[in-house]
Design a binder for this molecule. Structure first.
Ligand SMILES: [Fe+2]
Ligand SMILES: [Fe+2]
Length: 224
């Protein structure tokens, strides 16, 4: 089932609505509208190769990372009793990769823009948030979202949540893409670069039939 880009935009709007601080909510919405919801940014990939390397990959990554971060934050409150600053978690998760589109030559997603040759998305995103007057706790979480290789390590629990959510979503998506590519090459004898994630989902749907067949063979061999 393909999820429409309009539905993803609406889901991001609903997440922004959960920010309680009216000024932070307004600033977050304003940057997201300017830097993500406009064409061609809304179709930006999330990375060149490693993960979300297809049209609309960035919006998938932002939405998924924010949902994962909110879920981790709930566990920290419910199980560990830490009073999480949800406003910071939501705003920083939504904005952590916000300047990625301008580092790419959109249309040739495996190439950097001229600006992208000189400044990375993390630096540019921090610059943007500074320019827009975001509070330090949000800028810190964005600056530290790559964890150890970041210019600054995550120091607040909110920054740790954003980093971990970013890592989980990038790793999961990247592993799925790598496996889908290897299925195409090894089993279907085709080489495929994906334009969207629905193509990837379809490959794994076909794999379920092979798993059913394997289950039948397993049953015949061991259980009958
Ligand atoms: Fe990033
Ligand atoms: Fe990211």
């Amino acid at each position: 089932m393909e999820v429409k880009i309009e539905d993803k935009i609406n889901e991001i709007r609903a997440l922004i609505e959960k920010i309680n601080d009216p000024l932070l909510k307004e600033k977050t919405l304003s940057v997201i509208e300017k830097c993500l919801f406009k064409s061609p940014y809304v179709f930006s990939p999330g990375a060149k190769k490693a993960h979300h390397s297809y049209l609309g990959g960035l919006i998938d990554h932002i939405l998924s990372t924010t949902n994962i971060a909110v879920s981790i934050a709930h566990q920290l409150e419910r199980i560990y009793g830490y009073n999480v600053d949800f406003d910071t978690v939501i705003s920083a998760s939504l904005l952590h990769d916000i300047m990625k589109p301008i580092t790419y030559n959109l249309g040739e997603s495996d190439k950097n823009s001229s600006l992208g040759h000189y400044l990375d998305h993390l630096t540019l995103s921090v610059l943007k948030l500074f320019q827009e007057g975001f509070p330090l706790k949000v800028i810190h979480a964005v600056a530290a979202h790559h964890g150890e290789p970041s210019p600054t390590r995550p120091t607040t629990i909110e920054a740790m949540i954003v980093h971990l959510a970013d890592y989980i979503d990038s790793k999961l998506n990247g592993d799925i893409l790598r496996k889908a590519r290897s299925i195409c090459q090894e089993e279907l004898k085709e080489s495929l670069e994906f334009n969207n994630f629905t193509q990837v989902v379809n490959i794994f749907e076909k794999q379920k039939k092979i798993l059913d067949q394997a289950q039948n063979e397993f049953t015949v061999s061991f259980l009958s």
